[in-house]
Design a protein around this ligand. Structure first.
Ligand SMILES: *Cc1c(COP(=O)(O)O)cnc(C)c1O
Length: 389
């Protein structure tokens, strides 16, 4: 058998099983445990984990799997994606510091930077996600970190990570990339210059809308130690059941992601031809302004993209959502089910951003694993209701 370490991504994600004490099963035992028992007094202060919060067998195997996924040497797990983002960011900033935040960041991450970090004496400043090397104009003497998310999960701009990393590196500014969309398989931020890659495992890794999880990954030993210390101080932990579900999801991530990718691309192309749609925002389409950048840095897409409706009255939009039978309305993605959600309320972009002058509602779609013909028929029902009356 070839070496799992040098195999294709889908091979590596399946073969991260570790040697365990006693019986070896395909999947690790699920240990629901706060308390670990010791036979001797001496062992109490011996090798860790000595307490459930540090994670047990499942957590070690999930960490190994996420390391394989992200091309990372160190992975720290968190209770959810937001917690992993907060952990990663807080690990590389400190009082008196300045943080640069992409304007298309996930809303709760932006809120953490602009509300919580403020209390911790760190000033957050937003920048245009498409700024590239121009980011240097925002650097200050006290700039400590840059928070990126590429593509932004509502508006789908791609950031030029290599250019930003090249500008940041000589100044010791740390780069954190939210890699939930790329999911590790289609984007490798650590190889492209990020210091920390973060994922909400809640999305594609768990893949079934039934668990939470987060991970912060790095190849830098010092940063890994700072993340570990911050995680210990805040008591950050991932529950064993959720860790087990994330590990199970990881094994089939490659196959699912390919199916989501194919469905997403086909739906996006189909939506581009619809008369009700003003614009589709999907980095894999040639019409996307950052398509070339996506082609250079990414190896794939997934089921998540947006489109902008032409102007319709509020009641017409309500009829559209009311007519859908398959697409659910919900604030997440990455599961097996298709979702659609109006996003204007979630946009917290700067006043001068292009989103202010778009014609109609921003709609985000997650293409699930249902048959495409059924999904198109469902959206057709919606569009018929949108234009009726
Ligand atoms: C969902 C999401 C998160 C947060 O993950 P949770 O597990 O829901 O806390 C962070 N970043 C992005 C891009 C997300 O889509």
């Amino acid at each position: 058998m070839s070496d799992p370490e040098s195999g294709a991504p889908q091979t590596r994600l399946i073969h991260t099983r570790s040697e365990r004490l006693g019986r070896i099963t395909v999947n690790p035992p699920l240990e629901r445990a706060s308390t670990v028992l010791f036979r001797t007094e001496e062992a109490l202060y011996g090798p860790k984990p000595t307490y459930g919060r540090m994670g047990l067998t499942v957590h070690r195997e999930l960490e190994a799997g996420i390391c394989a996924l992200e091309g990372a040497r160190h992975t720290r797990l968190a209770g959810n994606g937001l917690q992993a983002c907060a952990l990663a960011i807080a690990s590389v900033v400190g009082a008196g510091g300045h943080l640069l935040l992409t304007d298309s960041a996930y809303g709760p991450t932006a809120r953490f930077c602009e509300r919580r970090l403020k209390h911790m004496g760190v000033e957050a400043e937003r920048f245009d996600p498409r700024i590239g090397a121009g980011i240097t104009a925002h650097f200050r003497d006290n700039t400590q970190a840059i928070v990126l998310e590429s593509p932004g999960s509502l508006t789908f701009e791609i950031s030029d990570l290599p250019a930003i990393a090249e500008a940041a590196r000589p100044r010791g500014i740390r780069i954190i990339m939210d890699n939930t969309w790329g999911a590790g398989l289609h984007y490798q931020p650590l190889a492209l210059g990020a210091d920390i890659s973060v994922q909400a495992l809640t999305k594609y890794v768990s893949g079934h809308s039934d668990a939470f999880g987060g991970a912060a990954c790095t190849n830098d030993k010092l940063i890994a130690a700072r993340i570990a210390a911050c995680s210990e101080d805040w008591g950050i932990a991932l529950g064993p059941d959720d860790a087990w579900l994330c590990l199970r999801g990881l094994r089939t991530l490659h196959t699912r992601l390919k199916a989501h990718e194919a469905a997403g691309l086909e739906l996006a192309q189909w939506l581009e031809s619809r008369p009700e749609v003003a614009r589709v925002l999907h980095p894999g389409l040639p019409s996307h302004p950052d398509h070339a950048l996506w082609q250079r840095d990414f190896t794939g897409t997934n089921g998540l993209f947006s489109f902008i409706l032409k102007p319709f009255p509020k009641q017409a939009e309500a009829r559209f959502f009311g007519a859908l039978r398959l697409f659910g309305m919900g604030f997440s993605w990455g599961g097996f089910e298709s979702l659609i959600i109006p996003c204007d309320e979630q946009l917290t972009r700067r006043a001068d951003c292009w989103t202010r002058s778009k014609p109609g509602q921003l709609m985000r779609v997650h293409a699930g694993l249902e048959a495409l013909s059924d999904l198109k028929a469902d959206l057709e029902r919606g569009f018929a209701a949108l234009s009726a009356g």
